[in-house]
Design a protein around this ligand. Structure first.
Ligand code: 13P
Length: 347
């Protein structure tokens, strides 16, 4: 059976990965957002989270580079200080509202240091509510950890099954599912080991998606890059990361998928742009899909660092945010260069 929303889903998915655009992840849970605030001495309050999200969504020209933004449940219900709902702000600036629907990665029981993402209970009703509120796509993040003897088959299978059940419910309810299996950068593993785990995970994810009748042309994949572990003594260079990532994706991702939008996963902002750029500058002719970004930290961090909860810093913080969106937009077309990092955002 196909979803009654099939055509709308296909069009939304295409729009999410339109040429020159990427997706902004700003769906940090209250806990994660508070942790990032606390590091900078910003009080962890509802009002500060609202103000920060208003800073992001009202940044001038953001919609030139960002097709859609992923919100958190608290954020999708909030409005600007002037009383305009965030959903309306986004619609007016041409950005599609998206929503994180998983309820977090929890310990996978009877296993060592592995996680499984929860959130299927009640999901169909939450999807219906979010669709009514104006959301047109959703996100669910699964976490795969590389370590001694892990990931286990049980962990990969449980997470892939969860992603597939979520994706099917989304398509049934009119939201394009962003399917996000993140292989964590944490650890001292090599890029070769990361390749092996990422390939195995993606094979299983697409197998489970097929088992649940998920339409590949009505979803977006949000993977991590194939990269050296953060603590690995040998760090692969930009060319290796881009080459291995694309080799892995060509081996695993069906051509019907309209787009791949990477997470940044703790890479520096410059590396996040350089890796994406290398892939598009060198391998584009081989892609059956669009290859772009869905970064959170690699887009937001300079703006958050500058803002620090101070109203006087809002305009400059917005420029820093839009600057990173613009650089990543260039990277999604293969036209980013290190030189561009030197252009001042503060004018
Ligand atoms: P990062 O780009 O900071 O990894 O966040 C992307 C994301 O949405 C993680 O779920």
């Amino acid at each position: 059976m196909i979803s009654k929303y099939s055509e709308e889903l296909r069009n939304t998915a295409k729009a999410m990965v339109a040429e020159g655009k990427g997706i902004l992840a700003m769906d940090e849970s209250n806990g994660t957002c508070n942790k990032r605030f606390e590091k900078l001495g910003i009080a962890a309050t509802v009002e500060n989270r609202r103000t920060y999200r208003e800073l992001i969504l009202t940044a001038p020209d953001l919609g030139k580079y960002i097709s859609g933004a992923i919100l958190y449940d608290e954020t999708i219900r909030q409005s600007t200080a002037n009383g305009v709902s965030f959903v309306k702000v986004m619609q007016d600036s041409g950005m599609i509202p998206g929503i994180k629907v998983d309820t977090g990665a929890k310990d996978l029981v009877l296993r060592n240091n592995e996680k499984v993402t929860e959130g299927l209970d009640g999901l169909r009703d939450r999807i219906a509510e979010y669709y009514k509120m104006g959301a047109r796509f959703a996100k669910w993040r699964a976490v795969i950890t590389i370590g001694e003897g892990i990931p286990s088959d049980g962990c990969i299978e449980a997470n892939a099954h969860g992603l597939a059940r979520y994706a099917a419910l989304c398509q049934h309810g009119g939201l394009v599912p962003i399917v996000e299996p993140e292989v964590l950068i944490d650890g001292n593993h090599t890029i070769e080991r990361c390749y092996e785990v990422t390939e195995k995970t993606l094979h299983e994810v697409f197998r489970q998606l097929a088992v649940q009748n998920v339409a590949y042309d009505q979803m977006i994949l949000k993977p991590s890059m194939v990269i050296s572990g953060a603590d690995c003594a040998v760090q692969a260079n930009v060319e290796q990361v881009a080459t291995e990532t694309i080799r892995c994706l060509l081996n695993t991702v069906p051509p019907a998928v309209p787009g791949i939008a990477f997470l940044s996963g703790g890479q520096t902002k410059e590396k996040s742009s350089a890796h994406l750029n290398y892939m598009n500058a060198n391998f584009r002719s081989q892609f059956p899909w669009r290859v772009t970004f869905s970064y959170a930290r690699a887009i937001q961090q300079p703006a958050l660092d500058y803002w620090r909860g101070n109203t006087a810093n809002v305009a400059e913080a917005q420029k820093l945010l839009v600057q990173r969106a613009k650089l990543n937009s260039a990277a999604s077309g293969g036209t980013y260069s290190e030189e561009m990092e030197k252009q001042p955002a503060l004018v």
